[in-house]
Design a protein around this ligand. Sequence first.
Ligand SMILES: *[C@@H]1O[C@H](CO)[C@@H](O)[C@H](O)[C@H]1NC(C)=O
Ligand SMILES: *[C@@H]1O[C@H](CO)[C@@H](O)[C@H](O)[C@H]1NC(C)=O
Ligand SMILES: *[C@@H]1O[C@H](CO)[C@@H](O)[C@H](O)[C@H]1NC(C)=O
Ligand SMILES: *[C@@H]1O[C@H](CO)[C@@H](O)[C@H](O)[C@H]1NC(C)=O
Ligand SMILES: *[C@@H]1O[C@H](CO)[C@@H](O)[C@H](O)[C@H]1NC(C)=O
Length: 476
Amino acid sequence: MGNPRIPLFLFFCILFSRVFALSSARFSPPDNHLIACGTASASTLDDRRVFLPDSAALLRSSGSKISVLAVPDASPASSPLSRTARVFTRPSSYEFQIKQKGTHIIRLHFYPFSSRDFNLSSALFHVSASGFVLLTDFGTSFPQLKEYLVWVDAEKLVISFAPARRSSFAFVNAIEVVSAPGDLIGDTARLVNPDRIEKFDGFSRQAMETLYRLNVGGPKVTPFNDTLWRTWVPDAGFRNSDSVSKTVAFSGRIMYREGAASREVAPDNVYNTARAVDGANVSDSNSNMTWVFAVRSGYKYLIRMHFCDIASRALYELYFNVYVNGYLAYEDFDLSMATGFLASPYYVDFVAGVDSLEQLLSVSIGPSKQSNHLWINGLLNGLEIMKINNTMGSLDGESPIILVLESPARRGFGAFLSSIVCGLGFMSLLMIGFVLLLKWRAETRNTVTWLPLPTDVSGGKSANGNPVVSSKLVYF
Ligand SMILES: *[C@@H]1O[C@H](CO)[C@@H](O)[C@H](O)[C@H]1NC(C)=O
Ligand SMILES: *[C@@H]1O[C@H](CO)[C@@H](O)[C@H](O)[C@H]1NC(C)=O
Ligand SMILES: *[C@@H]1O[C@H](CO)[C@@H](O)[C@H](O)[C@H]1NC(C)=O
Ligand SMILES: *[C@@H]1O[C@H](CO)[C@@H](O)[C@H](O)[C@H]1NC(C)=O
Ligand SMILES: *[C@@H]1O[C@H](CO)[C@@H](O)[C@H](O)[C@H]1NC(C)=O
Protein backbone atom coordinates (compact mmCIF):
# COMPACT_ATOMS: atom_id res chain seq x y z
CA MET A 1 0.00 0.00 0.00
CA GLY A 2 1.33 3.43 -0.86
CA ASN A 3 1.22 6.49 1.33
CA PRO A 4 -2.18 8.16 0.67
CA ARG A 5 -0.67 11.59 1.36
CA ILE A 6 1.59 11.45 -1.66
CA PRO A 7 -1.19 11.67 -4.29
CA LEU A 8 -2.78 14.48 -2.30
CA PHE A 9 0.54 16.29 -2.12
CA LEU A 10 1.00 15.79 -5.86
CA PHE A 11 -2.49 17.09 -6.47
CA PHE A 12 -1.70 20.30 -4.60
CA CYS A 13 1.63 20.64 -6.39
CA ILE A 14 -0.14 20.44 -9.74
CA LEU A 15 -2.88 22.80 -8.61
CA PHE A 16 -0.39 25.40 -7.41
CA SER A 17 1.79 25.12 -10.46
CA ARG A 18 -1.30 25.69 -12.63
CA VAL A 19 -2.40 28.72 -10.65
CA PHE A 20 1.14 30.01 -10.79
CA ALA A 21 1.34 29.41 -14.53
CA LEU A 22 -1.91 31.30 -15.05
CA SER A 23 -0.67 34.34 -13.21
CA SER A 24 2.92 34.60 -14.37
CA ALA A 25 3.46 32.86 -17.70
CA ARG A 26 4.51 35.24 -20.39
CA PHE A 27 2.56 34.97 -23.63
CA SER A 28 4.51 32.99 -26.21
CA PRO A 29 3.10 33.60 -29.69
CA PRO A 30 2.78 30.55 -32.01
CA ASP A 31 3.93 32.76 -34.89
CA ASN A 32 6.80 35.05 -34.05
CA HIS A 33 8.71 36.28 -37.09
CA LEU A 34 11.16 39.04 -36.24
CA ILE A 35 13.11 40.12 -39.30
CA ALA A 36 15.94 42.61 -39.63
CA CYS A 37 16.06 43.60 -43.29
CA GLY A 38 19.15 43.92 -45.42
CA THR A 39 21.54 42.58 -42.81
CA ALA A 40 23.63 39.44 -42.58
CA SER A 41 23.66 39.09 -38.80
CA ALA A 42 21.03 38.91 -36.07
CA SER A 43 20.21 42.04 -34.07
CA THR A 44 19.27 42.00 -30.40
CA LEU A 45 17.05 44.78 -29.08
CA ASP A 46 16.94 46.37 -25.63
CA ASP A 47 13.83 44.32 -24.92
CA ARG A 48 15.91 41.15 -25.51
CA ARG A 49 14.12 40.16 -28.70
CA VAL A 50 16.34 38.82 -31.47
CA PHE A 51 15.65 39.93 -35.05
CA LEU A 52 16.99 37.50 -37.66
CA PRO A 53 18.32 38.50 -41.10
CA ASP A 54 15.73 38.45 -43.91
CA SER A 55 16.74 35.23 -45.62
CA ALA A 56 16.21 34.59 -49.31
CA ALA A 57 13.57 32.03 -48.35
CA LEU A 58 11.26 34.81 -47.22
CA LEU A 59 11.86 37.23 -50.01
CA ARG A 60 10.20 37.22 -53.43
CA SER A 61 11.20 39.87 -55.89
CA SER A 62 10.80 40.44 -59.58
CA GLY A 63 13.82 42.70 -59.70
CA SER A 64 17.04 43.09 -57.80
CA LYS A 65 16.74 43.25 -54.06
CA ILE A 66 19.23 45.65 -52.62
CA SER A 67 20.56 45.82 -49.09
CA VAL A 68 21.57 49.19 -47.81
CA LEU A 69 23.88 49.72 -44.87
CA ALA A 70 23.61 52.90 -42.91
CA VAL A 71 26.67 54.96 -42.15
CA PRO A 72 28.12 53.09 -39.15
CA ASP A 73 28.68 56.18 -37.01
CA ALA A 74 25.05 57.32 -37.42
CA SER A 75 24.15 57.26 -33.74
CA PRO A 76 25.43 54.65 -31.33
CA ALA A 77 22.33 54.96 -29.12
CA SER A 78 19.88 54.26 -31.90
CA SER A 79 18.18 50.92 -32.44
CA PRO A 80 20.31 48.31 -34.23
CA LEU A 81 17.37 47.98 -36.64
CA SER A 82 17.98 51.52 -37.86
CA ARG A 83 21.37 50.72 -39.39
CA THR A 84 20.36 48.56 -42.31
CA ALA A 85 17.46 48.46 -44.74
CA ARG A 86 16.23 46.50 -47.71
CA VAL A 87 15.56 48.60 -50.80
CA PHE A 88 13.22 47.42 -53.56
CA THR A 89 13.31 48.98 -56.99
CA ARG A 90 10.66 46.53 -58.24
CA PRO A 91 7.53 45.07 -56.62
CA SER A 92 8.65 42.56 -54.00
CA SER A 93 7.19 40.67 -51.12
CA TYR A 94 7.98 38.75 -47.99
CA GLU A 95 6.18 35.48 -47.34
CA PHE A 96 5.76 34.34 -43.76
CA GLN A 97 4.63 30.84 -42.82
CA ILE A 98 1.64 30.99 -40.48
CA LYS A 99 1.25 28.20 -37.95
CA GLN A 100 -1.93 29.43 -36.33
CA LYS A 101 -4.67 31.31 -38.16
CA GLY A 102 -6.17 34.32 -36.46
CA THR A 103 -5.31 37.92 -35.69
CA HIS A 104 -1.66 38.79 -36.21
CA ILE A 105 0.22 41.89 -35.22
CA ILE A 106 2.31 43.31 -38.05
CA ARG A 107 4.89 45.98 -37.28
CA LEU A 108 6.86 47.74 -39.98
CA HIS A 109 9.94 49.70 -38.96
CA PHE A 110 10.99 52.63 -41.11
CA TYR A 111 14.23 54.50 -40.36
CA PRO A 112 14.98 56.72 -43.33
CA PHE A 113 18.73 57.20 -43.46
CA SER A 114 20.92 58.34 -46.27
CA SER A 115 23.64 56.20 -47.76
CA ARG A 116 25.95 56.62 -50.73
CA ASP A 117 23.41 55.21 -53.21
CA PHE A 118 20.04 55.86 -51.64
CA ASN A 119 18.44 58.63 -49.64
CA LEU A 120 15.64 56.67 -48.00
CA SER A 121 13.77 59.91 -47.21
CA SER A 122 12.92 60.22 -50.86
CA ALA A 123 11.34 56.75 -51.22
CA LEU A 124 7.66 56.62 -52.14
CA PHE A 125 5.80 53.32 -52.11
CA HIS A 126 2.77 51.14 -51.39
CA VAL A 127 2.49 48.30 -48.88
CA SER A 128 -0.17 45.60 -48.68
CA ALA A 129 -0.63 42.53 -46.50
CA SER A 130 -3.02 39.61 -46.66
CA GLY A 131 -5.19 41.40 -49.23
CA PHE A 132 -5.43 44.69 -47.32
CA VAL A 133 -3.83 47.94 -48.41
CA LEU A 134 -1.73 49.21 -45.51
CA LEU A 135 0.05 52.19 -47.07
CA THR A 136 -0.24 54.07 -50.34
CA ASP A 137 2.22 56.67 -51.58
CA PHE A 138 4.05 56.37 -48.30
CA GLY A 139 7.31 58.12 -47.63
CA THR A 140 8.86 59.44 -44.46
CA SER A 141 11.71 61.68 -43.43
CA PHE A 142 11.64 60.63 -39.76
CA PRO A 143 11.63 57.21 -38.04
CA GLN A 144 8.22 55.56 -37.92
CA LEU A 145 6.88 52.33 -36.52
CA LYS A 146 3.62 51.28 -38.15
CA GLU A 147 1.50 48.70 -36.35
CA TYR A 148 -1.39 46.72 -37.82
CA LEU A 149 -3.75 44.00 -36.68
CA VAL A 150 -4.67 41.71 -39.53
CA TRP A 151 -6.76 38.56 -39.55
CA VAL A 152 -4.80 35.82 -41.34
CA ASP A 153 -6.83 32.94 -42.67
CA ALA A 154 -4.16 31.23 -44.79
CA GLU A 155 -0.95 29.27 -44.35
CA LYS A 156 1.06 32.19 -45.63
CA LEU A 157 1.07 35.89 -44.96
CA VAL A 158 2.38 37.94 -47.86
CA ILE A 159 3.56 41.49 -47.25
CA SER A 160 4.19 43.31 -50.51
CA PHE A 161 6.13 46.48 -51.27
CA ALA A 162 5.83 48.36 -54.54
CA PRO A 163 7.52 51.60 -55.61
CA ALA A 164 4.95 54.31 -56.34
CA ARG A 165 6.75 55.76 -59.36
CA ARG A 166 8.99 54.43 -62.05
CA SER A 167 11.88 56.42 -60.69
CA SER A 168 11.24 55.66 -57.07
CA PHE A 169 11.88 52.78 -54.71
CA ALA A 170 10.55 51.16 -51.54
CA PHE A 171 12.35 50.29 -48.33
CA VAL A 172 11.88 48.68 -44.95
CA ASN A 173 14.26 48.21 -42.03
CA ALA A 174 12.51 45.52 -40.00
CA ILE A 175 9.29 43.54 -39.89
CA GLU A 176 7.48 41.82 -37.05
CA VAL A 177 4.72 39.27 -37.64
CA VAL A 178 3.46 38.05 -34.27
CA SER A 179 0.35 36.06 -33.34
CA ALA A 180 -2.02 38.06 -31.19
CA PRO A 181 -3.41 36.36 -28.09
CA GLY A 182 -6.93 35.03 -28.69
CA ASP A 183 -8.49 37.47 -26.27
CA LEU A 184 -6.83 40.62 -27.63
CA ILE A 185 -9.52 41.44 -30.16
CA GLY A 186 -13.10 40.65 -29.20
CA ASP A 187 -15.76 40.48 -31.82
CA THR A 188 -18.30 43.11 -30.77
CA ALA A 189 -18.09 46.76 -29.90
CA ARG A 190 -20.48 49.61 -29.15
CA LEU A 191 -21.05 51.55 -32.35
CA VAL A 192 -21.61 55.19 -31.36
CA ASN A 193 -24.14 57.00 -33.57
CA PRO A 194 -25.37 60.55 -32.93
CA ASP A 195 -28.72 59.29 -31.72
CA ARG A 196 -28.19 55.76 -30.49
CA ILE A 197 -25.76 52.96 -29.66
CA GLU A 198 -25.72 49.86 -31.84
CA LYS A 199 -23.79 46.63 -31.76
CA PHE A 200 -20.86 46.46 -34.15
CA ASP A 201 -20.15 42.81 -34.92
CA GLY A 202 -17.34 40.94 -36.60
CA PHE A 203 -14.56 43.46 -36.21
CA SER A 204 -11.97 40.79 -35.45
CA ARG A 205 -11.96 40.11 -39.21
CA GLN A 206 -11.23 43.73 -40.15
CA ALA A 207 -7.74 45.07 -40.63
CA MET A 208 -6.78 47.81 -38.20
CA GLU A 209 -3.95 50.27 -37.81
CA THR A 210 -2.91 51.41 -34.36
CA LEU A 211 -2.84 55.21 -34.36
CA TYR A 212 -2.59 56.14 -30.68
CA ARG A 213 -1.84 54.14 -27.55
CA LEU A 214 -1.84 56.10 -24.30
CA ASN A 215 -0.94 55.22 -20.75
CA VAL A 216 -3.37 57.76 -19.28
CA GLY A 217 -1.99 59.60 -16.25
CA GLY A 218 1.21 57.56 -16.31
CA PRO A 219 4.69 57.40 -17.84
CA LYS A 220 5.75 55.93 -21.15
CA VAL A 221 5.66 52.11 -21.23
CA THR A 222 8.27 50.62 -23.54
CA PRO A 223 8.24 47.23 -25.34
CA PHE A 224 10.56 46.00 -22.58
CA ASN A 225 7.76 46.36 -20.04
CA ASP A 226 4.82 45.41 -22.24
CA THR A 227 3.40 41.91 -22.62
CA LEU A 228 3.11 42.28 -26.43
CA TRP A 229 6.12 44.57 -27.06
CA ARG A 230 3.91 47.64 -27.53
CA THR A 231 4.69 51.24 -26.67
CA TRP A 232 2.26 53.30 -24.58
CA VAL A 233 2.90 57.04 -24.46
CA PRO A 234 1.80 59.56 -21.79
CA ASP A 235 -1.48 61.37 -22.47
CA ALA A 236 -0.18 64.90 -21.92
CA GLY A 237 -0.02 65.89 -25.58
CA PHE A 238 -3.61 64.85 -26.27
CA ARG A 239 -5.43 66.39 -23.36
CA ASN A 240 -7.71 69.41 -23.33
CA SER A 241 -6.79 71.12 -20.12
CA ASP A 242 -9.44 70.87 -17.43
CA SER A 243 -9.68 71.79 -13.77
CA VAL A 244 -11.27 68.59 -12.56
CA SER A 245 -8.82 65.79 -13.27
CA LYS A 246 -5.89 64.53 -11.28
CA THR A 247 -3.46 61.66 -11.83
CA VAL A 248 -3.61 58.60 -9.61
CA ALA A 249 -0.96 55.91 -9.08
CA PHE A 250 -1.33 52.58 -7.36
CA SER A 251 1.41 50.36 -5.92
CA GLY A 252 -0.70 47.34 -4.96
CA ARG A 253 -1.41 44.25 -7.00
CA ILE A 254 -3.55 44.55 -10.12
CA MET A 255 -6.21 41.84 -9.99
CA TYR A 256 -6.47 40.29 -13.42
CA ARG A 257 -9.48 37.98 -13.63
CA GLU A 258 -10.40 35.23 -16.05
CA GLY A 259 -12.83 36.53 -18.68
CA ALA A 260 -11.97 40.22 -18.20
CA ALA A 261 -8.98 42.17 -19.51
CA SER A 262 -5.87 40.00 -19.32
CA ARG A 263 -2.27 41.06 -18.82
CA GLU A 264 -1.84 40.79 -22.61
CA VAL A 265 -4.70 43.24 -23.21
CA ALA A 266 -2.73 45.77 -21.20
CA PRO A 267 0.11 45.33 -18.69
CA ASP A 268 0.20 46.30 -14.99
CA ASN A 269 2.09 49.46 -15.89
CA VAL A 270 -0.99 50.75 -17.72
CA TYR A 271 -3.57 49.75 -15.14
CA ASN A 272 -1.65 51.05 -12.11
CA THR A 273 -1.84 54.67 -13.21
CA ALA A 274 -4.91 56.69 -14.21
CA ARG A 275 -6.46 60.09 -14.53
CA ALA A 276 -9.57 60.64 -12.42
CA VAL A 277 -12.25 63.32 -12.11
CA ASP A 278 -12.20 64.64 -8.57
CA GLY A 279 -15.82 65.06 -7.47
CA ALA A 280 -14.82 67.99 -5.24
CA ASN A 281 -13.83 70.04 -8.27
CA VAL A 282 -16.90 69.27 -10.37
CA SER A 283 -18.96 72.36 -11.10
CA ASP A 284 -21.84 73.20 -13.42
CA SER A 285 -19.59 74.25 -16.23
CA ASN A 286 -17.75 71.62 -18.28
CA SER A 287 -16.50 69.03 -15.85
CA ASN A 288 -15.35 66.41 -18.30
CA MET A 289 -11.80 65.33 -18.92
CA THR A 290 -11.25 65.25 -22.68
CA TRP A 291 -8.67 63.87 -25.10
CA VAL A 292 -8.54 64.93 -28.75
CA PHE A 293 -6.86 63.10 -31.66
CA ALA A 294 -6.14 64.08 -35.23
CA VAL A 295 -7.53 61.39 -37.55
CA ARG A 296 -8.44 61.07 -41.21
CA SER A 297 -12.09 61.36 -42.16
CA GLY A 298 -13.87 58.66 -44.10
CA TYR A 299 -12.94 55.82 -41.74
CA LYS A 300 -14.36 54.13 -38.69
CA TYR A 301 -12.22 53.99 -35.58
CA LEU A 302 -11.99 51.48 -32.77
CA ILE A 303 -11.65 53.27 -29.43
CA ARG A 304 -10.57 50.96 -26.64
CA MET A 305 -10.85 52.41 -23.12
CA HIS A 306 -9.05 50.67 -20.27
CA PHE A 307 -10.47 51.01 -16.77
CA CYS A 308 -9.17 49.80 -13.42
CA ASP A 309 -10.53 51.44 -10.30
CA ILE A 310 -7.42 52.38 -8.37
CA ALA A 311 -8.90 55.72 -7.20
CA SER A 312 -12.03 54.88 -5.18
CA ARG A 313 -11.89 53.85 -1.56
CA ALA A 314 -14.76 51.38 -1.86
CA LEU A 315 -16.88 49.62 -4.45
CA TYR A 316 -20.02 51.28 -5.81
CA GLU A 317 -18.77 54.84 -5.44
CA LEU A 318 -17.74 55.41 -9.04
CA TYR A 319 -20.25 56.20 -11.81
CA PHE A 320 -19.52 58.17 -14.95
CA ASN A 321 -20.53 58.96 -18.52
CA VAL A 322 -18.38 58.30 -21.58
CA TYR A 323 -18.66 60.52 -24.67
CA VAL A 324 -17.17 59.92 -28.10
CA ASN A 325 -17.15 62.93 -30.43
CA GLY A 326 -19.53 64.61 -27.96
CA TYR A 327 -22.12 61.83 -28.27
CA LEU A 328 -23.12 59.84 -25.23
CA ALA A 329 -21.39 56.47 -25.68
CA TYR A 330 -21.97 54.94 -22.26
CA GLU A 331 -24.33 56.36 -19.65
CA ASP A 332 -23.82 55.76 -15.92
CA PHE A 333 -20.99 53.33 -16.44
CA ASP A 334 -20.59 51.28 -13.25
CA LEU A 335 -17.12 49.76 -13.07
CA SER A 336 -17.81 48.06 -9.72
CA MET A 337 -20.69 46.19 -11.28
CA ALA A 338 -18.53 45.18 -14.26
CA THR A 339 -15.61 43.85 -12.22
CA GLY A 340 -16.83 43.20 -8.68
CA PHE A 341 -13.45 44.30 -7.30
CA LEU A 342 -11.32 47.38 -6.94
CA ALA A 343 -8.03 47.39 -8.86
CA SER A 344 -9.44 44.91 -11.35
CA PRO A 345 -8.90 45.67 -15.08
CA TYR A 346 -11.72 46.01 -17.57
CA TYR A 347 -11.96 47.44 -21.05
CA VAL A 348 -14.74 48.64 -23.34
CA ASP A 349 -14.53 48.87 -27.15
CA PHE A 350 -16.34 51.64 -29.00
CA VAL A 351 -16.53 52.18 -32.74
CA ALA A 352 -17.22 55.60 -34.21
CA GLY A 353 -17.08 57.01 -37.70
CA VAL A 354 -15.46 60.33 -38.53
CA ASP A 355 -17.28 62.11 -41.36
CA SER A 356 -15.80 64.15 -44.13
CA LEU A 357 -15.74 67.52 -42.36
CA GLU A 358 -14.15 66.77 -38.99
CA GLN A 359 -10.60 65.53 -38.81
CA LEU A 360 -10.78 65.02 -35.07
CA LEU A 361 -11.83 62.30 -32.71
CA SER A 362 -12.61 63.27 -29.13
CA VAL A 363 -13.13 61.17 -26.04
CA SER A 364 -14.58 62.61 -22.83
CA ILE A 365 -15.28 61.19 -19.41
CA GLY A 366 -17.28 63.04 -16.78
CA PRO A 367 -19.84 62.84 -14.01
CA SER A 368 -23.17 61.11 -14.57
CA LYS A 369 -26.40 61.73 -12.74
CA GLN A 370 -25.49 58.94 -10.32
CA SER A 371 -22.16 60.53 -9.42
CA ASN A 372 -21.65 61.78 -5.89
CA HIS A 373 -19.39 64.81 -5.54
CA LEU A 374 -17.77 63.34 -2.44
CA TRP A 375 -16.20 60.63 -4.56
CA ILE A 376 -14.39 60.11 -7.81
CA ASN A 377 -16.59 61.07 -10.81
CA GLY A 378 -14.68 59.53 -13.69
CA LEU A 379 -11.59 57.47 -14.45
CA LEU A 380 -9.44 56.30 -17.34
CA ASN A 381 -6.24 54.22 -17.27
CA GLY A 382 -5.46 53.60 -20.92
CA LEU A 383 -6.73 54.55 -24.36
CA GLU A 384 -6.11 53.02 -27.77
CA ILE A 385 -7.34 54.40 -31.09
CA MET A 386 -7.26 52.16 -34.15
CA LYS A 387 -8.29 52.89 -37.71
CA ILE A 388 -10.52 50.24 -39.31
CA ASN A 389 -10.17 49.40 -43.03
CA ASN A 390 -12.65 51.04 -45.38
CA THR A 391 -15.00 49.20 -47.73
CA MET A 392 -12.19 48.96 -50.31
CA GLY A 393 -10.18 46.86 -47.82
CA SER A 394 -7.76 49.75 -47.45
CA LEU A 395 -6.31 51.61 -44.48
CA ASP A 396 -4.83 54.30 -46.66
CA GLY A 397 -7.00 55.75 -49.37
CA GLU A 398 -9.51 54.52 -51.88
CA SER A 399 -7.30 52.38 -54.11
CA PRO A 400 -8.29 48.74 -54.13
CA ILE A 401 -5.49 46.18 -53.90
CA ILE A 402 -5.34 45.54 -57.65
CA LEU A 403 -4.32 49.14 -58.29
CA VAL A 404 -1.75 49.24 -55.56
CA LEU A 405 0.17 46.20 -56.70
CA GLU A 406 0.16 47.35 -60.32
CA SER A 407 3.71 48.38 -60.80
CA PRO A 408 5.68 50.41 -61.41
CA ALA A 409 2.51 52.45 -61.08
CA ARG A 410 2.05 55.39 -63.36
CA ARG A 411 0.49 58.23 -61.57
CA GLY A 412 -2.51 60.46 -62.07
CA PHE A 413 -5.27 60.03 -64.57
CA GLY A 414 -3.22 57.74 -66.80
CA ALA A 415 -2.89 55.16 -64.04
CA PHE A 416 -6.56 55.45 -63.25
CA LEU A 417 -7.50 55.03 -66.91
CA SER A 418 -5.16 52.12 -67.44
CA SER A 419 -6.51 50.39 -64.36
CA ILE A 420 -10.05 50.81 -65.64
CA VAL A 421 -9.01 49.46 -69.02
CA CYS A 422 -7.24 46.55 -67.32
CA GLY A 423 -10.25 45.95 -65.12
CA LEU A 424 -12.64 45.99 -68.06
CA GLY A 425 -10.32 43.76 -70.05
CA PHE A 426 -10.10 41.32 -67.20
CA MET A 427 -13.87 41.37 -66.72
CA SER A 428 -14.52 40.69 -70.38
CA LEU A 429 -11.97 37.87 -70.37
CA LEU A 430 -13.74 36.42 -67.38
CA MET A 431 -17.10 36.71 -69.13
CA ILE A 432 -15.81 35.16 -72.33
CA GLY A 433 -14.30 32.37 -70.23
CA PHE A 434 -17.57 31.90 -68.42
CA VAL A 435 -19.57 31.75 -71.65
CA LEU A 436 -17.11 29.25 -73.11
CA LEU A 437 -17.30 27.24 -69.92
CA LEU A 438 -21.09 27.17 -70.02
CA LYS A 439 -21.01 26.15 -73.64
CA TRP A 440 -18.43 23.44 -73.02
CA ARG A 441 -20.34 22.29 -69.99
CA ALA A 442 -23.54 22.04 -71.99
CA GLU A 443 -21.71 20.06 -74.63
CA THR A 444 -20.10 17.67 -72.19
CA ARG A 445 -22.94 17.44 -69.72
CA ASN A 446 -23.51 13.79 -70.40
CA THR A 447 -19.94 12.71 -69.85
CA VAL A 448 -18.57 15.07 -67.17
CA THR A 449 -20.15 15.16 -63.77
CA TRP A 450 -17.70 17.37 -61.92
CA LEU A 451 -15.84 20.47 -63.06
CA PRO A 452 -12.79 21.81 -61.25
CA LEU A 453 -12.94 25.58 -60.92
CA PRO A 454 -10.36 27.15 -63.23
CA THR A 455 -9.22 29.66 -60.65
CA ASP A 456 -6.20 28.10 -58.99
CA VAL A 457 -3.38 30.47 -59.76
CA SER A 458 -1.82 30.53 -56.32
CA GLY A 459 1.77 30.42 -55.13
CA GLY A 460 3.63 27.23 -55.97
CA LYS A 461 2.72 27.05 -59.60
CA SER A 462 4.28 30.35 -60.54
CA ALA A 463 7.83 29.49 -59.54
CA ASN A 464 9.26 31.01 -62.72
CA GLY A 465 6.65 33.75 -63.05
CA ASN A 466 6.28 36.93 -61.12
CA PRO A 467 4.99 36.04 -57.66
CA VAL A 468 3.71 39.54 -57.05
CA VAL A 469 1.53 39.28 -60.10
CA SER A 470 0.26 35.90 -59.00
CA SER A 471 -0.58 37.17 -55.55
CA LYS A 472 -2.44 40.00 -57.22
CA LEU A 473 -4.68 37.46 -58.86
CA VAL A 474 -5.20 35.68 -55.59
CA TYR A 475 -6.26 38.94 -53.94
CA PHE A 476 -8.56 39.77 -56.76
C1 LIG B 1 17.39 63.22 -48.33
O1 LIG B 1 16.14 63.66 -48.88
C2 LIG B 1 15.45 64.57 -48.04
C3 LIG B 1 14.10 64.87 -48.64
O2 LIG B 1 13.97 64.39 -49.93
C4 LIG B 1 16.28 65.83 -47.87
O3 LIG B 1 15.61 66.73 -47.01
C5 LIG B 1 17.62 65.45 -47.26
O4 LIG B 1 18.45 66.59 -47.18
C6 LIG B 1 18.32 64.39 -48.10
N1 LIG B 1 19.51 63.97 -47.40
C7 LIG B 1 20.71 63.87 -47.99
C8 LIG B 1 21.84 63.44 -47.14
O5 LIG B 1 20.86 64.10 -49.18
C1 LIG C 1 10.07 49.05 -16.72
O1 LIG C 1 9.19 49.45 -15.69
C2 LIG C 1 9.80 49.79 -14.47
C3 LIG C 1 8.75 50.19 -13.47
O2 LIG C 1 7.59 49.49 -13.61
C4 LIG C 1 10.77 50.94 -14.67
O3 LIG C 1 11.46 51.21 -13.46
C5 LIG C 1 11.79 50.58 -15.74
O4 LIG C 1 12.59 51.70 -16.01
C6 LIG C 1 11.08 50.16 -17.02
N1 LIG C 1 12.06 49.71 -17.98
C7 LIG C 1 12.09 50.15 -19.24
C8 LIG C 1 13.20 49.64 -20.10
O5 LIG C 1 11.25 50.90 -19.68
C1 LIG D 1 -9.58 71.06 -6.89
O1 LIG D 1 -10.01 72.04 -5.94
C2 LIG D 1 -9.07 72.28 -4.90
C3 LIG D 1 -9.68 73.29 -3.98
O2 LIG D 1 -11.05 73.21 -3.92
C4 LIG D 1 -7.78 72.80 -5.50
O3 LIG D 1 -6.82 72.99 -4.45
C5 LIG D 1 -7.24 71.81 -6.50
O4 LIG D 1 -6.10 72.35 -7.14
C6 LIG D 1 -8.29 71.51 -7.55
N1 LIG D 1 -7.78 70.49 -8.43
C7 LIG D 1 -7.57 70.72 -9.69
C8 LIG D 1 -7.10 69.55 -10.51
O5 LIG D 1 -7.77 71.79 -10.23
C1 LIG E 1 -19.47 66.45 -20.85
O1 LIG E 1 -19.47 66.58 -22.28
C2 LIG E 1 -20.73 66.27 -22.87
C3 LIG E 1 -20.55 66.27 -24.36
O2 LIG E 1 -19.81 67.37 -24.80
C4 LIG E 1 -21.78 67.24 -22.38
O3 LIG E 1 -23.03 66.91 -22.96
C5 LIG E 1 -21.88 67.15 -20.86
O4 LIG E 1 -22.78 68.11 -20.37
C6 LIG E 1 -20.52 67.38 -20.23
N1 LIG E 1 -20.63 67.12 -18.80
C7 LIG E 1 -20.29 68.00 -17.87
C8 LIG E 1 -20.51 67.59 -16.45
O5 LIG E 1 -19.80 69.07 -18.13
C1 LIG F 1 -12.80 45.81 -44.27
O1 LIG F 1 -12.46 44.93 -45.33
C2 LIG F 1 -13.23 43.75 -45.37
C3 LIG F 1 -12.66 42.86 -46.44
O2 LIG F 1 -12.31 43.58 -47.58
C4 LIG F 1 -14.69 44.11 -45.62
O3 LIG F 1 -15.48 42.94 -45.61
C5 LIG F 1 -15.16 45.04 -44.51
O4 LIG F 1 -16.49 45.46 -44.76
C6 LIG F 1 -14.25 46.26 -44.42
N1 LIG F 1 -14.64 47.07 -43.27
C7 LIG F 1 -15.33 48.19 -43.35
C8 LIG F 1 -15.63 48.88 -42.06
O5 LIG F 1 -15.70 48.67 -44.42
